[in-house]
Ligand binder design. Structure first.
Ligand SMILES: Nc1ncnc2c1ncn2[C@@H]1O[C@H](COP(=O)(O)OP(=O)(O)O)[C@@H](O)[C@H]1O
Ligand SMILES: [Mg+2]
Length: 236
């Protein structure tokens, strides 16, 4: 059984057909990548999966349970969380407050919250040093780490990530990818959307290439990396 499966998803914005029958299967415990050019439909696919966009056709199945059109807040307790494109941290709140917002049981005892924080901060030593800092004053890379940390506070089994490396310096991009691998090692299934096809394919057990709202190629990431079609389209 897949941790997550999207079956024949169709989404339109007016007369723009953003997804034209996209199917994805994400195996438990793996990293799955969706790559494709700007406008290919990657964000739309993630948003359709987590209930932010209405499907005109198709289904979403989470660990065997049909969750088509279930809104994001109801997916969190089921173990599915998205780290959105552009990070979207609460700029005027501190790092600590941002992380607390991610806890799924907000009214849980302080001790429980503290333990959860501690677990997440193991992955992000830079955040630990900046708990009282306002999120808006963090660097882009730190904000991305915070967005990931916040998502992890609810103990997701499956994490959706939309372009986590966007706009970051190469060295910071490396750190973000190392963190994704570390999160996956903890047992979290990852569906990763990236324009940075080279790095995403390297770490993805399974990958899909999206073009104009359709899957044009799929297979193990490293295999796609060496396919002529992908090299021509994305790697020059
Ligand atoms: N809110 C929207 N309203 C109208 N069209 C949209 C909207 N969001 C995305 N689109 C269109 O849908 C297509 C897919 O966009 P998107 O999913 O954002 O692609 P990607 O994330 O791969 O860059 C594009 O043609 C884009 O212009
Ligand atoms: Mg996008």
């Amino acid at each position: 059984m897949s941790a997550l499966a999207a079956l024949d998803m169709h989404v339109s914005y007016g007369n723009i057909r953003a997804l034209r029958g996209v199917s994805l299967a994400v195996a438990e415990g793996t990293i799955c990548a969706v790559v494709g050019a700007n406008g290919a439909g990657k964000t739309t696919a993630l948003n359709a999966i987590c209930g932010l966009r209405t499907l005109s056709a198709g289904r979403v199945v989470l660990a065997g349970q049909d969750v088509t059109s279930v809104p994001p807040h109801d997916l969190v307790p089921l173990g599915l969380v998205q780290v959105p494109e552009g990070r979207r941290v609460f700029a005027r709140l501190t790092v600590r407050e941002n992380l607390s917002m991610g806890a799924f049981r907000r009214r849980s005892p302080r001790a429980e919250l503290a333990a959860e924080l501690d677990r997440v901060l193991e992955l992000f030593p830079r955040l630990r040093e900046r708990m009282a800092q306002l999120a808006g004053t963090l660097s882009g890379g730190e904000q991305q780490m915070l967005a990931m940390g916040r998502a992890l506070m609810s103990r997701p089994r499956t994490l959706l990530m939309d372009e986590p490396s966007m706009g970051l310096a190469p060295q910071v991009v490396d750190q973000v990818f190392e963190t994704i691998l570390a999160i996956n090692k903890l047992g979290v299934t990852v569906l990763l959307v990236e324009q940075n096809a080279l790095m995403a394919l390297e770490i993805a057990q399974m990958a899909y290439v999206l073009q104009s709202g359709e899957v044009v190629l799929s297979g193990p990431g490293p295999e796609l990396l060496h396919s002529d079609a992908v090299r021509e389209a994305y790697l020059g």
